[in-house]
Design a protein around this ligand. Sequence first.
Ligand code: SAM
Ligand code: SF4
Length: 340
Amino acid sequence: MDMQAPEMTKTTTPLIDSFGRQVTYLRVSVTDRCDFRCTYCMSENMKFLPKKDVLSFEELNVLIDAFVARGVKKVRLTGGEPLVRRDIMDLIGRISRHLTSSHLRELTLTTNGSQLVRFAKRLKEAGINRINVSLDTMDAGKFTDITRRGRLEQVLAGIEAADSAGLSVKLNMVAIKGFNDTEIIPMMKWAHGKGYDLTLIEEMPLGEVSRDRAKDFLPLRKVRDDLAETFTLDKISHATGGPARYVRVKETGGRLGFITPMSHNFCESCNRVRLTCTGQLYLCLGREGRVDLRVALREKGASGLDAILDEAMVLKPKGHDFDPSRQAPAIARHMSMTGG
Ligand code: SAM
Ligand code: SF4
């Protein structure tokens, strides 16, 4: 089978969907496994994918090369927890050669922070400059509750290690009514005091999680209006290529982002696609449409990928449409599978 990476030097056709949006951002879930079981992300008894279905690093690398050859400029590694996949630095090393050659503008990752003490320096050395770390509460007991097993202290040490290694840190906080709404202001002050951006995220109905999400849904429009009573939120054009919309908080000097998949549909400027660890390419986080790149790769080798990527572009939907008042998941697969 031809596993050669596509040629990078020739001019290639960009990935453009039926709505004229160019796909320049690939999120790769390198594993669906995780050392935490966050209550909004997973059920208590998650069944993980059989290891035999998971792509090898060699296969993932060929797929990522195919996207880079078609004009993808940003790759984010996610999961599950990317830093629990064995030998992850091997994959990161392979991808980072595209940074050196300038075919890729940015390689980054989203992590729960539990392994950062071990990895922060190596990530920086591999050319990663920015990372997202999920942190929903600064209360140690609540942290263990929401992650069902995590230790806050370990994650805070990880964030500190990332900072010391020279990585820019952005914190992701899923806003949950009655759980962490009163912590938003203290978290923002703490994050901005440390020089970290903070992004608030609306919870999405992805996968069965043994909780009533609709009951705890906190619209960020309301959070923003409440914050605006105490703080001056100046709109800024800061863009990271992702879905967050940012303001500068005058009083703290820091940046605050809002990801509002539920209350505001940001799909019109979507530049993203998501690859799972088994090679399924999802064209939208909130829709079922996908193509199977693993089968394409294993049957036809790297040379068959261009054609299937073109097919995928036709499947990319205009947008998603979540209903915050519905209790049942809009999509059966968990966020840990598709990759956040
Ligand atoms: N394990 C890593 C982490 O927690 O950062 C990476 C994977 S996680 C699925 C990526 C992001 O998705 C995290 O910031 C997490 O808080 C967020 N997330 C998970 N489930 C979500 C949901 N149902 N709605 C909104 N965000 C969710
Ligand atoms: Fe794991 Fe991240 Fe999901 Fe939490 S949000 S269970 S850390 S994958």
